[in-house]
Design a protein. Structure first.
Length: 481
């Protein structure tokens, strides 16, 4: 299929191109907003007079929109120049942020969050596609380390940053603070950004777009319902099954279009073994990350009585360590390849989650901080090589499709992780409470079991890592290792 972007590395060896630096900064700013509202839920309930379940939608709707919009970005990025894609993404994001800041009602706030997410959904595929095009293969690890800062650390830091801002005043400050930063990033980005490659005209298969939106959006929505206390199991499972069935029809249509048309998402990316394995490892690791984040937040606030700000500050060192180590891990990848990073990283993920299976009402806070830091550092050692190795295994004309698939499944993995741990925890605690066990003890037991499940799943990352090659070459074929 025609590519929007020709393979044309323009970076000097060892240097991160300016275009990539600008896109990393912009992506960090927009993705930070995915988890920025978690701590603001009590304020929203008070000022906008909504229930906790309704208030949760400021985060759920963001994730839902990301899952629905990202599949279309592969087609979109082939039709526009780098500058046009950047302008549209940041313009939409700024419009949504401004609407949120002045929203007089909850429904308008929700609309603003959906608009914000639509802009955010374009930024990560744009960044990944541009990076793979302009950065020589031997330098991609170092540059991808900076990307890890944007796509993995930003969601982890969101609750901590919002906790600090909420100490100063209204929830509206969360958006007011973002507007000048995003505006400055947009302005300076457009002054410095150059177009990479030429756009190609492709037709959009509207049936595929509708199926992707309903399928991935429906699946994430259904999974998110598991976290709502008032949801009933039958309809929730029905929504998940309907979403999964729509995705199955979407896949069949893409396979048909690959033979005699232009697919919305080119699934031939999954025939590249290294990309498929990297994708599987990324999904399991991200599922573990999001599952542990929700469990730790519930444990620290509901059982240990910490405020949202105290929770954010306790978990902030791990998030910062992950971000600071990203570039270092990238440089090590360029020197050592993937195996010496991913295998120890996967092992560290399992060990940290295993440590959390022992949470108690008296576990020292330093121990929680240390285990969380080990988890974040291990994820940093895993994510950067996975993204670099997986995307590097694709031919250049598949970069937009590869980054779209990666971004979509990242959102699905986040939803699966959250739903899974809530479901396991709730089932266990409800069972114990029906036997007469105290509520706090029952919930603690449920959390331990949920951590056991995430630990068992994380063991799969070690197994998958063992099958990955050490490197790929510039053409995407696996090199001998």
């Amino acid at each position: 299929m025609p590519a929007a972007i020709e393979e044309r590395p323009t970076a000097q060896a060892g240097k991160t191109p300016l275009v990539v630096r600008l896109l990393v900064l912009a992506t960090f700013v927009v993705i930070l907003n995915e988890t920025l509202m978690i701590n603001a839920i009590p304020r929203l309930m008070e000022t906008l007079h909504v229930t906790e379940q309704a208030a949760q939608w400021v985060s759920t709707a963001f994730m839902l929109t990301m899952a629905a919009v990202i599949p279309v970005t592969g087609w979109f990025l082939q039709r526009v120049t780098t500058r046009q894609g950047y302008t549209i993404a940041m313009g939409v994001f700024l419009a949504g942020t401004a609407l949120c800041a002045v929203a007089p009602t909850f429904s308008i706030l929700l609309a603003g969050r959906i608009i914000q997410a639509a802009g955010t959904a374009v930024m990560m595929p744009l960044l990944m596609t541009t990076l793979m095009t302009v950065v020589p293969e031997q330098d991609r690890g170092k540059v991808m380390g900076n990307v890890t800062l944007a796509i993995s650390v930003a969601p982890a830091l969101g609750p901590a940053i919002s906790g600090l801002i909420l100490q100063l005043g209204s929830w509206r400050l969360l958006f007011v603070a973002v507007i000048p930063i995003a505006g400055a990033v947009t302005y300076f980005g457009l002054r410095q950004l150059d177009n990479i490659g030429e756009p190609k005209v492709n037709t959009l298969d509207w049936a595929s777009a509708a199926m992707a939106t309903l399928g991935f959006g429906g699946l994430v929505y259904g999974l998110s319902l598991f976290g709502e206390r008032e949801s009933t199991l039958g309809p929730t499972i029905g929504v998940v099954v309907a979403g999964a069935a729509t995705i199955a029809f979407f896949v069949l249509r893409q396979l048909k279009l690959q033979r005699n048309g232009t697919p919305l998402l080119d699934l031939r990316t999954l025939t590249h073994r290294t990309f498929a394995l990297s994708l599987a490892l990324m999904c399991i690791a991200f599922l573990s990350l999001m599952g542990s984040m929700i469990l730790l937040t519930l444990y620290l606030q509901n059982l240990r009585g910490l405020t949202p700000l105290e929770t954010g500050l306790l978990l902030m060192p791990g998030g910062l360590a992950m971000g600071l180590l990203g570039p270092t891990v990238g440089r090590l990848y360029d020197r050592l390849g993937s195996r010496r990073l991913i295998l120890p990283g996967s092992t560290g993920i399992v060990l940290s989650l295993a440590g959390f299976t022992q949470v108690s009402m008296s576990m020292p806070y330093w121990q929680i901080l240390a285990l969380h830091a080990l988890l974040m550092i291990s994820l940093a050692a895993t994510f950067t090589p996975i993204f670099t190795l997986g995307m590097g295994a694709l031919p250049p004309d598949m970069y937009p499709h590869g980054s779209s698939i990666l971004g979509t499944l990242q959102q699905v993995a986040a939803a699966v992780g959250t739903a899974l741990v809530i479901m396991v925890m709730s089932a266990r605690s409800s069972s114990l409470m029906s036997e007469g066990v105290a509520a706090s003890a029952a919930q603690l037991s449920g959390m331990r079991l949920a951590f056991v499940v995430t630990t068992v799943l994380a063991v799969a990352t070690i197994a998958v890592a063992a099958f990955l090659p050490n490197r790929t070459n510039a053409s995407g074929d696996v090199m001998a290792h």
